[in-house]
Design a protein around this ligand. Sequence first.
Ligand SMILES: [Fe+2]
Length: 276
Amino acid sequence: MFEAIEKILDLKKFKEEIFKGKIFVFQKSQFTLDLIQEIKTEISSEYDGELEKIHYLDECETISMNLVSNLKNSKIFKELFKSFLIERGFYNNNSYWDQFRIRIAPAEDKFNYREASRISSHRDTWGTNIHQQINWWGPISSVDETNTMIFYPEFFSKPVKNSTSTWDLNTYLDHRKRNDFSYPSAPQMLEELPEQVKILPVTIQPGEILCFSGCHLHSSSKQKSEKTRFSFEIRTICQQDLDDKSQAPNTDCDLKWQFPKIFRNINDNSPLKFTR
Ligand SMILES: [Fe+2]
């Protein structure tokens, strides 16, 4: 299900495969290695220990929260990421992206701050209802089955119960503006997956970058781990896919609206807008 790739030769075919559920792993290059190095350098100005062992510190949660918030949407990370998109044949000058985020998944599942915690099962499209959305994800520290991200491949096309029919991005953003974190930051899954559900753990190396449809059901590993995981992520939407209605199937998202405004044009930073 994971397919290694160096460069996209046929962008249309690549997108079709993504929107059917295929998951690609872009191989390392100088740009991706520079990106990891740059992120590590920025992290080291606030925490210079071994990344996988940050949970041994008493103040681990505070440091993690600060790192996540201080490194959010860094210009230099985005520039390097854009260079990566160009060198691989993905970027065609009319695409949008959301924020470039560093995420810290603690060895023990005990923290609440969203981007410094483990994340339960979800589809990223539950938050936007835009099925052209493509996710990019890469580890910064080493990952194994216990501390990585996992996919539930059978559920790419199988619906699960979720709270999209009652969740609203604007309500969440209003709460957040008031520093009120009581409203969930994204819709939640409202059922348990079967015990024997097939899982696909992502065990790629720093410098390799995963690319997948935002419709995939995924979560942080549920296993106990000895290692904290640092990773980065960003999402893109291409205008061409919006124009062509080239997209993944909407399996179970019941949001009333689409929420394009978290996406900005890569070239001029103008917000993505839909007329309705
Ligand atoms: Fe996600």
